[in-house]
Design a protein around this ligand. Structure first.
Ligand code: 5AD
Ligand code: SF4
Length: 472
């Protein structure tokens, strides 16, 4: 991909800004401020995209609401990674026929990965006639114009062009909170794991220019953000398309050098590209969180090959060993798919034994979901749903035991935590996160939210830690 084809031109972005200015003028003359609701499904990339959608809506003069009855514009940002996520979206969109009946001027918009799948966009067109606007991830930057088209022309708009992908810089952003922020460093994926829809809907890998990423982090640090996550489908491929002699580890080092009191996280890392240089950089950089999300997906070499993952069990375990040699208390998390087509229960048991070997702190576990257009969806899949469910339960039970044991080992330790919010568990007033990302329930004054504190861990469960503030 040529860089000039990837970058949306300054003129095109200025045109969108001009449209937003005009809508803002129009909205400012209304007797009450119009309201928008943005609902997000799926991964952090979608969360980051929704922050840009909120940014564009805010520049157009919209306020925000959580109440779908009073919203003038509803945007639902969808996920395509599993069928369950798509079904949930369709259910919720179906339910909006009622809100629109009460408020016929309401504009309903659907965007995100599921809308980039032709069969989903078609379904919305035919069967969900109350939806006014459907747009895919490649035209997110044009949202203001598309929304105007719906309002001015009073017709439904469908814009889901196929594209290897673009980069639109300088879009406005409204962050959800004041502590945690996402920074996209690259978009798309080139890996084509055989089960995964992402490369088809998000396009090819393309990296943002390092200076723009560094500017953004600098700005967030100045504004007081404490927990900054660098995002990409496979951050370890960062820079390969830039021709700059710079890789993800170099970027991490440069982000770490930005002055300020913040923690750097990143996701997702693909094990095939997680380098020794990355591990050494993580160990050296004091702002980089001692946490690595390194999705293994399966423990059997045959299944890993059928998934097109480009590593085997031994290579993965070797990475974990080298990482732990450098950062002994690293928090490790992973994604696992149970029931990939053709996976036998013996092969699944290799996933269980891998869990015993690695001892992850936490896992994201999924039952395989066939995605139309992916190679795995064409494979024979003889295992019954009941057997997959049974295997899934065994996986969850094992991980719960390991998580509980790992959490119990924190008891008695005093750790740095970031107090990040009020607690609604009825017994504690605050929530906090360790540098490794573990949830801690605490009691203390709400004025501490947004500060680093020392917490003595006094108890634990499978899912969380309990602690007391050590105030000096
Ligand atoms: N079925 C089940 N899980 C999937 N994932 C991706 N595609 C599928 C699918 N078709 C999981 C992988 C990935 C995570 C984000 O979602 O584990 O790492
Ligand atoms: Fe999907 Fe694999 Fe790309 Fe991750 S690396 S987004 S699982 S194709």
């Amino acid at each position: 991909m040529r860089r000039e084809d990837v970058l949306i031109s300054a003129e095109a972005l200025e045109r969108q800004r001009e449209i937003r200015r005009q809508v803002m003028e129009h909205n400012a003359r209304l007797p009450v401020q119009p309201l928008a609701l943005v609902d997000t499904y799926g991964c952090q990339q979608n969360e980051a995209d929704s922050e840009q959608i909120r940014g564009m809506l805010s520049e157009m003069g919209y306020g925000f609401t959580e109440d779908e009855q009073e919203a003038d514009v509803i945007v639902i940002n969808t996920c395509a990674v599993r069928e369950h996520a798509e079904m949930r979206v369709l259910g919720n969109v179906g339910h909006l026929t009622h809100t629109k009946r009460n408020k016929p001027s309401q504009i309903i918009c659907l965007c995100g990965c599921a809308m980039q799948e032709p069969h989903m966009a078609e379904k919305i067109k035919k069967s969900f006639r109350h939806v006014d606007l459907v747009f895919g991830p490649h035209v997110l930057w044009k949202f203001s114009e598309l929304l105007c088209q719906v309002m001015d022309q009073k017709k439904r708009v469908f814009e889901t062009p196929d594209s290897p992908g673009v980069i639109a810089e300088g879009l406005p952003v409204v962050h959800k909170g004041k502590l945690k922020a996402w920074v996209s460093i690259m978009y798309g994926c080139n890996n084509f794991c055989t089960y995964c829809i992402v490369p088809y809907v998000r396009g090819r890998e393309r990296s943002r220019a390092p200076e723009l990423i560094l500017d953004e982090v600098r700005q967030l640090a100045t504004e007081g953000y404490k927990d900054i996550t660098l995002l990409g489908q496979n951050v370890n491929s960062y820079g390969k398309d830039l021709g700059l002699d710079m890789d993800f580890a170099d970027l991490l080092e440069q982000v770490n050098a930005i002055p300020g009191d913040f923690l750097i996280r990143f996701m997702t890392s693909h094990p095939k590209d997680a380098s020794q240089k990355l591990f050494e950089t993580m160990a050296r950089c004091e702002k980089v969180a001692p946490h690595l999300h390194l999705p293994v997906q399966a423990g059997s070499d045959r299944v890993l090959k059928a998934m097109n993952r480009h590593y085997d069990r031994a290579a993965y375990l070797d990475e974990i060993r080298r990482l732990r040699a450098l950062i002994p208390d690293i928090v490790l998390t992973s994604d696992i798919i149970v029931g990939f087509p053709g996976e036998t229960t013996e092969e699944f048991e290799e996933t269980l034994s891998l869990l015993e070997q690695v001892r992850y702190d936490a896992l994201f576990t999924f039952i395989y979901s066939p995605r139309e257009g992916t190679p795995a969806a064409k494979l024979p899949d003889p295992m019954s749903r009941e057997e997959k469910n049974r295997n899934f339960q065994r996986l969850v039970d094992l991980q719960n035991r390991i998580s509980a044991e790992k959490h119990a080992a924190y008891v008695g330790k005093t750790l740095r935590v970031l107090v990040d919010g009020e607690n609604d568990d009825g017994r504690h007033t605050l929530t906090a996160r360790t540098d490794g990302g573990r949830l801690v329930h605490l009691n203390g004054d709400a004025a501490l939210i947004g500060t680093w504190q020392q917490a003595k861990i006094t108890g634990s469960t499978t899912w969380a830690l309990f602690g007391e503030l050590v105030l000096d």
